[in-house]
Design a protein around this ligand. Structure first.
Ligand code: NAP
Length: 314
C-alpha cells in the first residue's frame, strides 16, 4: 500500500457518495484518518456500525478541524450552509472540495465562507446509482468513471494536482473544466435525461386510459428503464434542477423543439426522418460502450428473469 496522500480526510455527508469514498479511501489507504460528519444521529450511528471512519460527529466543524482535505458530500442546496459551519475550523492550507452534481452554484455558495489560505477545488464524480444512504455505497463506484474538477482561474495549481491524484487513487479518470461548462455538459448528459424520466413515469402514473397495473405488467417494453432513473433521490434531484436552472432550461428548450419535429414527422408519416435519427442514436450507444462507460450485455445486463440492472449496482 502506498503512503497516504492526506493525513486527515473529512467527509461531511455519508450517503451513497460519501460512504463510497470512505470505502475506497480505507481500502487503499489514501488517507491516514477519516473523519465523518452527518446531520442525523441515525445516519452517524449507521456509519459507525459499518466502520466507515475513525472519528464521528454530528458537528461538521469538529470533523473538518485539522483535516487537510474536506469533501462535502451533501445535496447541492446544502453546500453553502455547511461551508459556513466549517469555515471557522479549517486549517491553513486545507483543500475544500465537494461532489455535487452542479458546479457553478456550489462554487458561489462555498467560496465566500473560506478563509484566506484554504483552497477550494470543486469536483463532481460522474458515477452513481439510484440508491441513497451509507449502506448503498461501495468501494468500486468510481472505478473507470470520470471525475470532473472545476477549479477557478486563481486556484493554486498544487491543490488541483493533489485533488486529481486523490480521485485517480479512487479509480477515476480526471478531467478539468470551468464550472459553467460542466453545468452545460451535465444538463444534456444527466439533468435533462433525469427530468425526462421523471416526466414519463409521472405521465404514465396519471394516465386514465391505461391502468397502473398494466403499466407495471408491461413495463419491459421500455418503461422500466426510465423507472430506474426516476427512482433517484428526490432531495438531490430537486436541488440539481433548482441550482442548474439556466443550463437545464436552455437544453430543455432545444429538446422540446426536437421533440416537436419528431411529433410532426410521425403525423406526416415521414419514415425517413425517424429512421435517420434512430440510426444516428444507435451509433452513440456504440461509442459509449467503446469508451468503457457501459457494457454490451443484452437487455442492460439483466438476468433472464428480467431482474436486476447489474450495470448500476454493487
Ligand atoms: P445521500 O445518499 O442522500 O446522502 C446525503 C448525505 O447528506 C447524508 O449524510 C445526509 O445526512 C446529508 N444531508 C442531507 N441533507 C442535508 C442538509 N440539508 N444539510 C446537511 N446535510 C445533509 O446523497 P448522495 O447520493 O451521496 O449525494 C450527495 C451529493 O453527491 C449530492 O450533492 C449529489 O448531487 C452528488 N452526487 C450524487 C450522485 C448519485 O448518483 N447519487 C452522483 C454524483 C454526485 P443525514 O442522512 O444525516 O440526514
Amino acid at each position: 500500500m502506498a503512503e497516504p496522500q492526506f493525513e486527515r480526510l473529512a467527509l461531511i455527508g455519508i450517503g451513497l457518495i460519501g460512504s463510497s469514498l470512505a470505502r475506497a479511501v480505507r481500502r487503499d489507504g489514501i488517507a491516514r484518518e477519516i473523519a465523518i460528519a452527518t446531520r442525523s444521529q441515525a445516519t452517524l450511528d449507521r456509519a459507525r456500525e459499518l466502520g466507515l471512519g475513525d472519528f464521528y460527529s454530528t458537528d461538521p466543524a469538529e470533523a473538518a478541524s485539522n483535516a487537510d482535505l474536506v469533501i462535502l458530500c451533501v445535496p447541492v442546496g446544502a453546500c453553502g450552509a455547511v461551508a459556513e459551519q466549517i469555515s471557522g475550523s479549517l486549517k491553513p492550507g486545507a483543500i475544500v472540495s465537494d461532489v455535487g452534481s452542479v458546479k457553478g452554484s456550489v462554487v458561489r455558495q462555498i467560496a465566500p465562507h473560506l478563509p484566506q489560505g484554504v483552497h477550494l477545488v470543486a469536483a463532481h464524480p460522474v458515477a452513481g446509482t439510484e440508491y441513497s444512504g451509507p449502506d448503498s455505497g461501495f468501494a468500486t463506484l468510481f472505478q473507470g468513471r470520470w471525475c470532473i474538477l472545476t477549479p477557478q482561474a486563481d486556484t493554486v495549481p498544487d491543490a488541483v494536482a493533489r485533488l486529481r491524484a486523490f480521485w485517480e487513487a479512487c479509480g477515476s479518470n480526471v478531467e478539468v473544466m470551468t464550472p459553467e461548462h460542466h453545468d452545460l455538459v451535465l444538463a444534456i448528459t444527466s439533468h435533462v435525461p433525469h427530468l425526462i424520466a421523471y416526466n414519463i413515469v409521472g405521465t404514465a402514473d396519471d394516465l386514465e386510459s391505461v391502468t397502473q397495473s398494466e403499466v407495471i405488467k408491461f413495463s419491459a417494453g421500455g418503461f422500466r428503464d426510465f423507472t430506474r432513473i426516476a427512482a433517484s433521490d428526490p432531495t438531490m434531484w430537486r436541488d440539481v434542477f433548482l441550482h442548474n436552472k439556466d443550463a437545464v432550461l436552455e437544453t430543455l428548450g432545444r429538446f422540446s423543439e426536437d421533440l416537436s419535429a419528431l411529433q410532426r414527422a410521425i403525423r406526416w408519416g415521414e419514415g425517413d426522418t425517424l429512421f435517420e435519427l434512430f440510426t444516428r442514436t444507435r451509433a452513440i450507444r456504440r461509442s459509449i460502450i467503446d469508451m468503457g462507460q457501459e457494457t454490451t450485455s443484452a437487455n442492460f445486463g439483466r438476468d433472464a428473469q428480467g431482474g436486476e440492472d447489474s450495470g448500476s449496482k454493487r
